[in-house]
Write a new protein. Structure first.
Length: 150
């Protein structure tokens, strides 16, 4: 399982939270967290294209791609867990993609197998990364009938 994020975590508290969930998830899956540099010193019209190229370096044809988009489909934690479980039956190459401040390019969105939204609200990318990790962890707890999900 991979999570590709545009932008880097800088604050220690976000890094600590990510490290904690990576540690928890290591019991269930091999998680690769990939950070690609966000673009900010070029014309806005070119930012998504440059970020797309960086993201694509980490994608293969075998990947089941889940993009995190405000326009995506919302799911409950149980629905999300069931979706992950169903995907894993046929494909262990699940890749989540979190875009930068301008979102994701249309070409990346078109490659996605699933467009997922956690809310119609906007979240800071650092916080959202932690939210995604927590929901993946919760999914594995649900799949394994382990105590955590309430």
């Amino acid at each position: 399982m991979k999570i590709i994020c545009v932008g880097k975590l800088k604050e220690k508290y976000w890094c600590d939270a990510v490290a904690e969930y990576k540690k928890r998830l290591s019991k269930y899956t091999n998680l690769e967290l990939i950070e690609v540099k966000d673009e900010s010193f070029v014309e806005e019209s070119k930012i998504l294209e440059l970020e797309k190229a960086k993201i694509e370096k980490y994608l293969t044809e075998k990947d089941y791609i889940i993009t995190l988009e405000i326009e995506g489909r919302e799911q409950t934690s149980k629905e999300f867990s069931k979706k992950i479980e169903d995907i894993l039956i046929e494909n262990s190459n699940i890749v989540f993609i979190i875009g930068g401040s301008l979102g994701l390019s249309e070409k990346i969105k078109k490659r996605a197998n699933l467009h997922l939204s956690f809310s119609k609200m906007t979240f800071p990318h650092q916080l959202f990364r932690v939210l995604l990790l927590e929901q993946i962890y919760r999914s594995y707890k649900i799949m394994n009938n382990e105590r955590y999900h309430k």
